[in-house]
Design a protein around this ligand. Structure first.
Ligand SMILES: [Zn+2]
Length: 186
């Protein structure tokens, strides 16, 4: 790829990295359901230490994996009392900041929510808006859809929700290069 990031990478290195994330959480009756940062209902949510936003967790792991960093359990351990009930979209913003500090920025994210219900389609745009805002990217860079497993497996039996995500990141110019570019553009 030719672009502003090309100066920051060595010969033969595209400056691009892809990452994969997967997560699954079990349904519990006494919690709200939050998916992609959107509160869908007040009961029959997902079990977890944080708000259990399975979609956001898969995206965070995809971004961290693409940047070659440790997984979300490393950065946000479920033994941390400060994270009890934490809004995962806020953690996604932290992850986006983290990978930028390491010299990467998100190019695009694509994700699938796997469950029999709820249907994702009615919430899809709202979820994309929340996710894009958290990552600091345009909404066009966030792909999202829902699917079922046609009654098969734990998602098919309605035991929980799973999510998969891929994320592409690209090297950003070193800070000095960026400053020179800005000075030159004056
Ligand atoms: Zn999770």
């Amino acid at each position: 790829m030719v672009g502003s990031g090309a100066q920051a990478v060595s010969d033969g290195d595209s400056g691009l990295r892809v990452g994969l994330g997967f997560d699954a959480h079990r349904f519990v009756s006494a919690r709200p359901l939050v998916l992609g940062g959107v509160r869908i209902r007040e009961r029959d949510g997902l079990q977890g230490h944080s708000d259990a936003d399975v979609l956001v967790h898969a995206i965070m792991d995809a971004l961290l994996g693409a940047a070659g960093l440790e997984d979300i359990g490393h950065f946000f351990p479920d033994t941390d009392p400060a994270l009890a009930g934490a809004g995962s979209v806020g953690l996604l913003a932290t992850v986006a900041d983290l990978i930028r500090q390491k010299g990467w920025r998100p190019v695009n994210v694509d994700a699938v929510v796997i469950c029999e219900e709820p249907r994702v389609a009615p919430y899809r745009q709202a979820m994309r808006e929340r996710l894009a805002a958290a990552m600091g990217v345009e909404i066009e860079r966030v792909g999202l859809r829902g699917t079922t497993t046609e009654g098969m497996g734990f998602t098919g039996r309605g035991e929980g929700i799973a999510a998969q995500a891929v994320a592409l990141v690209e090297r950003v110019p070193a800070p000095a290069t960026l400053l020179q570019t800005l000075a030159g553009a004056d």
